[in-house]
Design a protein around this ligand. Structure first.
Ligand code: ZN
Length: 140
């Protein structure tokens, strides 16, 4: 099943969207397979990183600005080539294994929507693909 979620972002942001995946899994009592978490944007991304110390998110955003600044000699007239670059570097999706109704994330891992050119209203799609339908004879 395909899920679509709307989220609002700040100028530079990392929004923890793990709960959206949990919501999708619970909605259909999904058990085993994979989830694709995807955003249809060219100046945003999806990543997995630490959820315990909020300083990690702060430091990642700080490093993005330091190592990928807005350069005056970029040609793209919209002026957000730094955001396009980060979108390609981080990527716009993550694939997460779902095992017995739970995402196989490490205890310190969460899924983040990364905003590189906000504030904006953004979309996140989550697609759940069941292993049970692909391999109905699975016994474990
Ligand atoms: Zn642009």
């Amino acid at each position: 099943m395909l899920y679509k979620f709307d989220i609002k972002t700040k100028e530079r942001d990392m929004v923890n969207i793990t709960k959206l995946l949990i919501k999708a899994i619970k909605n259909e009592n999904f058990q085993n397979g994979i989830a694709i978490v995807y955003c249809p944007h060219t100046t945003a991304g999806i990543t997995i990183n630490e959820n315990a110390d909020k300083a990690v998110v702060h430091d990642l955003i700080l490093a993005e600005k330091k190592f990928f600044p807005k350069l005056k000699n970029y040609l793209h007239e919209e002026g957000n080539s730094d955001a396009h670059l980060l979108s390609s570097l981080i990527g716009v999706s993550e694939t997460i294994i779902i095992n017995r109704g739970k995402p196989l994330l490490g205890i310190w891992q969460s899924i983040y929507f990364c905003e590189f050119d906000g504030p904006r209203e953004r979309k996140v799609y989550i697609k759940l693909i069941s292993e049970d339908k692909v391999n109905p004879k699975r016994t474990i």
